[in-house]
Design a protein around this ligand. Structure first.
Ligand code: GLN
Length: 452
């Protein structure tokens, strides 16, 4: 059974903008002026690996500037963030994509998502020569897309024959010392990288791979680390739309990257990648219908990153004590009555979901309300799907602090994942409870303490 209400939603967005033929084809690369201006495709890929399409989502086009984040990812993987930042800045330059946007003294390009910065980035891809450098780029972009990509020779030649602006950026940076590789060879690889052929569907999968921590959700291949993916998304968030980046983040609120072919990709981290294609461009070189439909998607599907997301579901789903909740162990009448009277000394809390820093803080605040008589605190973590590093740090400290105040923390975890340091772990809530009941029953009766 295939259930798909999402494709019709994309089709409605496609339909809404399909008549808009405003804007112009890029013509400074002669071959791009030969593209059919009516082409218009949308695709959305979930981290589930499902891809939804509308319109010309399988029409091929050259990736152009939308290659930049992926090549930047290779440079980061090869050299690490610090070394890359030394050579290319991370500032939205507010300048056109082909501007000579360089730091005055060093010639270091400000922005890796426009041509100058991207040419240096290409030179940073580790390889013994230009042929191997291009092949690595092609192979990594292919892994992002989940299929073998190749470049369009005619578009490549067309740009190479006319690309003196990019060559001049190369020479400018070479003379300033910020481009250390051979200009012609580097620019040649850059032109080929820009001529790699993709579809809107490919861009969606590439974007979804970034959304999915660097793992292609369709093939399962880990293309880059989650840290590299997060750095790339950050740069796309601030610099991805040339000199329209600020307004884009304001209105759409998604890391994105455009290209002069009319390519556009956008990422909702951990959820979706969107790929769009419509070759008619606005004055800044961004796709008119791509922008309009991406904006509409962000709006309809509530994707803006900085919208108030609502509070996450509570970390604690169960809060009770051994006065009400008993282990399955048989107890005699005296024991039962003692547990009924003193059972509040054993608190049982069920935690659920992902224990982030914020979820751990919620657990911590709830512990401030524990009454004086509590001696044991059982955390049933069966429903905890993940404990984040930051959440673990808080819980570990909480367990230590409770210990100093005479409260013993006990973990019930059928998975026996050893999530919390310094706490005894049991394979079920029942055995954890039994152990705490035993401990309570072994203590002297409170009235005996008083008479002694
Ligand atoms: N290949 C194009 C160029 O360098 C890419 C620019 C773009 O897509 N904005 O001019």
């Amino acid at each position: 059974m295939k259930i798909d209400p999402i494709t019709p939603m994309l089709e409605a967005i496609h339909q809404r903008f399909s008549a808009d033929m405003s804007g112009a084809l890029a013509d400074y690369i002669p071959q791009l002026a030969a593209v059919d201006p009516r082409l218009f495709g949308l695709a959305l890929a979930g981290v589930s690996g499902r891809v939804y399409c509308a319109g010309d989502a399988d029409a091929p086009f050259t990736i152009q500037s939308a290659s930049k984040p992926f090549v930047y990812a290779i440079a980061l993987a090869d050299h690490g963030l610090e070394a890359v930042l030394e050579r290319v800045g991370a500032e939205p330059s507010g300048e056109a994509f082909n501007a000579a946007s360089l730091e005055p003294t060093t010639g270091r390009p400000f922005n890796p998502m426009i041509n100058a910065g991207a040419i240096v980035t290409t030179s940073l891809v580790g390889a013994v020569g230009p042929a191997e450098r291009y092949e690595r780029i092609r192979a990594v972009l292919s892994a992002f897309a989940g299929r073998e990509l190749t470049h369009d020779q005619a578009v490549y030649r067309s740009e190479s024959d006319t690309g003196d602006k990019n060559r001049s950026l190369g020479f400018l940076m070479r003379s300033a010392g910020s481009l250390r590789a051979d200009v012609e060879a580097t620019v040649d690889v850059y032109f080929k990288q820009c001529a790699i052929v993709v579809t809107a569907r490919d861009l969606a999968v590439m974007a979804a791979t970034l959304a999915n921590g660097g793992v292609n959700p369709c093939t399962g291949v880990a293309v880059v680390s989650d840290q590299v993916a997060s750095h790339v998304l950050t740069i796309m968030g601030t610099c991805g739309m040339y000199d329209a980046s600020g307004e884009w983040l304001l209105r759409v609120g998604l890391p994105a990257k455009s290209g002069v072919s009319g390519a556009l990709l956008a990422v909702k981290p951990a959820q979706f990648g969107a790929g769009l294609f419509s070759p008619l461009l606005d004055a800044r070189g961004n796709s008119v219908r791509g922008i309009a439909s991406c904006r509409e998607m962000a709006n309809r599907f509530e994707l803006h990153l900085l919208n108030y997301p609502g509070r996450p579901s509570p970390a604690t789903y169960l809060d009770t004590t051994a006065a009400l909740l008993h282990s399955s162990k048989r107890r005699d009448a005296a024991q039962r009555s003692r547990l009924a009277q003193e059972g509040d000394a054993i608190v049982v809390r069920g935690l659920q979901g992902e224990i982030t820093f914020a979820a751990a803080e919620e657990v911590l605040v709830a512990c401030e309300q524990l009454s004086e008589q509590v001696r044991w605190l059982i955390f049933d973590v069966e429903r905890v799907v993940a404990l984040r590093r930051s959440g673990r740090a808080v819980l570990d400290a909480l367990v230590r602090e409770l210990g100093l105040q005479g409260v013993e923390t006990v973990i019930a975890d059928p998975g026996r994942r050893g999530l919390v340091a310094g706490a005894a772990e049991f394979g079920s809530r029942d055995t954890a409870l039994e152990r705490c009941e035993d401990a309570l029953l072994e203590t002297e009766l409170p009235n005996q303490e008083v008479t002694r």
